[in-house]
Design a protein around this ligand. Structure first.
Ligand code: BMA
Length: 406
């Protein structure tokens, strides 16, 4: 039960008790302790806006689903690097509620990431999304500091990156590049004060798969855990980064639904290193298209229920941190596939956001690699119905996420 609900229940119970007691005694009831406006984060010194974001996301969970989209302001299916545009805004008038960004290439000092997005421009778009009230989240397809190979390589060698290892200084230098990037993510609040923009940071994602050097099969579990813990320790305690909410995101494709926890917790670094119980899921969102629709629905519901259950057990937040159906072949995908699953049960409704992957620019990449709608796509009208429902939120419907409610 979320803290506030527990508080309300207890308060009603106490009111009842004091009303009964009042019949025989004139002692005023003791003032109730106000509900805590913070939930424990992996970073106990997280900035106020970061704590507020986490708290407010938890308040929204159970009531709303925030729609997210990777690289949303950077480019779309048919445009590139406009100032304040997204395929989502083209259709709906608003940016997505959650906007994802990719850091791959930053570690090497490149000006652009692995998808050619300019890092300086990315910083500008992160600010634009923040000012629009949205949530920014970062992933990092980091190349391997030991082997020099890309994220999609098999030779983990994590031990060499950790303290005492031959590539430890290099690994720290990779993380330092992120610290510098992050230091520039500052906006000015309404009181003229600088505010470091809160970020949901999702490093070392999809590690239940074997396609990244940090994944299962390419590394030992203990080394993965040590990698994660070192990353948090270095950013938080050594470099003093306090605007991060840490998201853990195994890939559903390599988790057996009959035995969810066993797959999900491979590599889990511990409750004190994790804030968001995430899941990257393409399998249940359309990729397993040979299955009957009813079975696809059942599986998505099960996956969402599992992360919501785990999040509730740990007093954390559940989110579908990445996923989608490439090419969106079904015109009513949003209202007939996604919405019914996310709103299916009390548990699935706890999953607070769902972020679909990027809309690769068709001309530049010479392929159809998109997961969100765009103006002119057959699912655009259905997407509008989806986001117009009371349940689904875009940026323009969000409460002030970076302030504690008064
Ligand atoms: C993948 C694909 C790639 C891309 C990478 C990082 O899933 O979209 O084309 O380079 O993500 O954004």
């Amino acid at each position: 039960m979320p803290n506030v609900q527990l508080y309300i229940t207890l308060s009603i119970f106490c009111l009842f008790l004091s009303a009964c007691a009042g019949q025989s005694s004139s002692t005023p009831p003791a003032a109730a302790t106000p509900p805590p406006l913070t939930l424990p984060l992996a970073d106990p010194h997280a900035s106020q806006p970061t704590q507020a974001l986490y708290y407010n996301l938890q308040q929204l969970s159970g009531h709303h689903l925030l729609f997210g989209h990777q690289d949303s302001l950077a480019y779309g299916h048919d445009w590139w690097a406009d100032e304040d545009r997204s395929d989502i805004k083209d259709i709906s008038g608003s940016h997505a509620a959650v906007v994802g960004w990719e850091l791959g290439g930053l570690e090497l000092g490149h000006d652009v990431n692995i998808d050619k997005v300019n890092f300086q421009q990315m910083q500008g778009w992160i600010k634009t999304a923040f000012r629009a009230g949205a949530v920014n989240t970062l992933s990092w397809h980091m190349s391997n500091p030991v082997t020099g190979e890309s994220a999609w390589s098999k030779d983990g060698q994590i031990k060499a990156m950790l303290p005492g290892g031959s590539a430890h200084e290099k690994f720290k230098a990779f993380l330092d590049r992120f610290v510098s990037f992050n230091q520039a993510l500052v906006d000015i609040d309404s009181n003229g004060q600088p505010v470091s923009i809160p970020i949901i940071f999702r490093p070392w994602h999809e590690h239940s798969g074997d396609w990244f050097w940090w994944g299962k099969g390419n590394t030992r579990e203990a080394d993965y855990i040590a990698l994660w813990q070192f990353t948090v320790h270095y950013l938080r305690d050594v470099r003093g980064v306090h605007n991060l909410i840490y998201a853990y995101a195994p890939d559903r494709g390599r988790i057996d639904l009959q035995n969810f926890d066993e797959g999900y917790f491979w590599g889990y670094p511990g409750d004190e290193y994790i804030d968001i119980i995430g899941l990257d899921d393409y399998s249940d969102l359309g990729r397993d298209e040979s299955l009957p629709l009813s079975e696809q629905h059942r599986r998505l519901v099960k996956s969402l229920e599992n992360i919501a259950r785990i999040a509730a057990e740990k007093n954390k937040i559940a989110a579908l941190t990445e996923g989608g159906y490439e090419g969106i072949p079904s015109a009513r995908y949003w209202t007939q596939r996604l919405q019914p699953a996310f709103s299916a049960t009390q548990l699935t409704r706890q999953v607070v956001y769902a972020m679909v992957w990027r809309n690769a620019n068709a001309q530049r990449e010479q392929r159809e690699h998109f997961f969100g709608p765009f103006a002119g796509h057959p699912s655009a009208a259905d997407f509008l119905n989806f986001v117009n429902s009371d349940f689904v939120m875009l940026a323009n419907e969000l409460p002030a996420l970076y302030q504690h409610p008064h």
